[in-house]
Design a protein around this ligand. Structure first.
Ligand SMILES: [Zn+2]
Length: 283
């Protein structure tokens, strides 16, 4: 309740909105000094940080990595034994829990200040509401990764952006305080496969409720846990623009199929020729 009140103060810039929060409480709200309102705002930010941190803390940091392994084997070919090299791919579990603490230590910060504090404050608020909604819907969300600086990005494995380009907080994106991405999963289930199944449901839910949540998955199943603001550049660059381009090229293809483009080009060519010949005449 206190958090909700604090959020209300935080989000309303003037007393006008405070007056709207119910007649019996209106008088008390007006009496609160500006300083107290700022205090409440700070409390809200602290509460949001704590909530996000608790979700980070409760989440196992384990990844599946594809590892290629080469083994020599003897095969019989045309009656002769030959030694060949075969490549096997296997999935290996990687515990990456040590990476954020190492990066935080390098940055001279506590782990919470590093992973949560490094995110953009507007994004934290959006993420907070989205995760609360996911929690209420029974998905038991968890955070595996939030802010990451250039150093942390160099020790990341698997799917990752170039060192300074990561929206998690690479220097090219503004660094600390500007993180605009988080990796989220579900912690529901006793085993990894149960948690993966629950995570897949959570991700699907994000895809269908993005407008209400304000977050979306820019890479869909290429990098399933990665979420970013729905109105952000990362989502626009990877989902909106490619979709618009695809739609435009589909429309062009459809026109081509109906002979419209061909006809149009032919008309242009004719027009150019006419222009050229008339110029020649006047010269
Ligand atoms: Zn990510």
């Amino acid at each position: 309740m206190k958090l909700a009140r604090a959020l209300c103060y935080c989000l309303s810039s003037g007393l006008g909105l405070l007056l709207l929060s119910g007649a019996p409480r209106a008088q008390a709200a007006v009496d609160i000094s500006a300083i107290e309102a700022v205090d409440e705002c700070l409390v809200a930010e602290i509460c949001i940080d704590r909530y996000l941190w608790s979700l980070y803390e409760r989440t196992p940091k384990i990844d599946s990595l594809k590892v290629s392994e080469q083994r020599k084997a003897i095969v019989k070919r045309k009656g002769r034994n030959r030694i060949v090299t075969l490549t096997f791919t296997k999935l290996v579990d990687e515990d990456f829990a040590w990476k954020d603490p190492k990066a935080a230590e390098k940055a001279g910060m506590s782990l919470a200040d590093y992973v949560i504090g490094g995110m953009n404050s507007g994004f934290k608020l959006t993420l907070y509401h989205a995760l609360r909604a996911l929690d209420e819907a029974g998905f038991a969300p968890g955070i595996t990764s939030a802010f990451r600086d250039d150093y942390r990005q160099t020790i990341a494995t698997g799917l990752k952006a170039q060192t300074d380009r990561s929206y998690h907080g690479g220097s090219f994106r503004g660094g600390y305080g500007n993180g605009l991405a988080a990796d989220i999963v579900s912690v529901k289930g006793a085993t990894r496969s149960e948690r993966l199944a629950a995570s897949q449901q959570l991700w699907k839910w994000i895809d269908t409720h993005g407008t209400e949540l304000g977050i979306a998955r820019p890479y869909l199943d290429v990098d399933p846990p990665h979420v970013a603001p729905l109105d952000g550049k990362e989502y626009a660059d990877h989902r909106i623009k490619p979709e618009a381009q695809r739609a435009a090229s589909n429309a062009k293809d459809a026109k081509k199929r109906h002979g419209l483009v061909l006809h149009h080009d032919h008309g242009n060519a004719k027009h150019t020729r006419t222009a050229k010949s008339s110029k020649a005449r006047s010269g």
